[in-house]
Design a protein around this ligand. Structure first.
Ligand code: UTP
Length: 289
């Protein structure tokens, strides 16, 4: 029986060094694309896929993210007093069911695998999603929903995958593939940041995963991998052969918002999706460029 997916872990304890100085006192995941912080896009995408419970893995200086999904009584009362209906409506996605968002501390950013292990009590014995908020996907159907549909077909572990330029495999978790029907790919091996000459393919994992709880036991070994960090990829690799493991070629366009260029591209692409902004942004780009 395939267990329903209800939980998501949002690791947000990284240092965001590529975005300094912006991330000196502010979390990278609170940076806005247009007018919404990255973390909110991730939570809304997960909710659209039926996920009800969230665990943020945070660290020092990251409490704003937990606050963001709390009720701001004074702000809302002032807005109501002044009859600012649009502003009140803009807060809709920040409201959450009481008790649905919890957080744990990673304390020291020892790697993504370590961050996920920190959420072990939340995960318990359930399948869970992971969304990396700095990966954004612009698509007709939200990426996480595409993954949950694939999970209902295959069960087991399912990760979102995309082709990357062969010379960039050293930036990503890369797949060794088995059967491939053009949409779903059987995963036979995983390697984190291989040099192009050692890469088994140019298919990379992006920041959307559905994993079985057993991955936590593998992460608990605390083996250090690429960059001397505890890598999620290495923990996942140990599941292969024990459980089904598939990659899904999702429909949509991915933006790596942890990177300056990806972040700037996302600003433009997401603004062009907005009926209230598209015309002005388009006109500006045409004249300016
Ligand atoms: P990244 O490597 O993209 O984020 O990790 P980073 O380390 O913050 O960024 P740079 O490379 O220094 O610029 C992907 C996700 O995993 C989280 C990050 O917060 C981000 O959402 N992460 C990473 C943790 O929660 N803990 C870690 O130890 C490492």
């Amino acid at each position: 029986m395939i267990k329903k997916l209800r939980k998501a872990v949002l690791p947000v304890a990284g240092m965001g060094t590529r975005f300094l100085p912006a991330t000196k006192a502010t979390a990278k995941e609170m940076l806005p694309v247009v007018d919404k912080p990255l973390i909110q896009y991730a939570v809304e995408e997960a909710r659209a896929a039926g996920i009800e419970q969230f665990c943020m893995v945070t660290g020092r200086g990251k409490t704003a993210m937990v606050e963001h999904f709390d009720v701001a009584f004074e702000l809302e009362a002032t807005l109501r007093e002044r009859d600012k209906q649009d502003a009140i409506a803009a807060l809709a996605g920040t409201r959450s069911e009481p008790g649905s968002i919890t957080s744990v501390r990673q304390q020291v950013p020892l790697g993504l695998g370590h961050a996920i292990w920190c959420a072990r009590a939340f995960v318990a014995d359930d399948p869970f999603a992971i969304l990396l908020p700095d990966d954004m996907v612009l698509s007709d159907k939200p990426c996480m929903q595409q993954l949950t549909e694939a999970y209902r077909e295959t069960g087991g572990n399912v990760v979102a995958i995309t082709e990357v330029p062969p010379e960039q495999t050293n930036r990503y978790g890369i797949l060794r593939t088995g059967k491939d029907d053009g949409r779903l790919v059987e995963v036979l091996g995983l390697v984190e940041k291989p040099a192009p000459k050692d890469a088994p393919s140019n298919l990379s994992i992006i920041g959307r995963y559905i994993l079985m709880p057993e991955v936590i036991n593998h992460l608990a070994r605390m083996d250090r991998g690429a960059g001397n960090e505890v890598q999620l990829t290495d923990g996942m690799a140990r599941l292969i052969g024990e459980q089904p493991f598939h990659g899904l070629r999702y429909q949509g366009r991915r933006f790596d918002c942890g990177d300056k260029i990806g972040f700037l591209e996302a600003q433009i692409a997401f603004a062009l999706q907005r009926p209230d902004l598209a015309g002005a942004v388009h006109a500006f780009l045409k004249n300016y460029v």
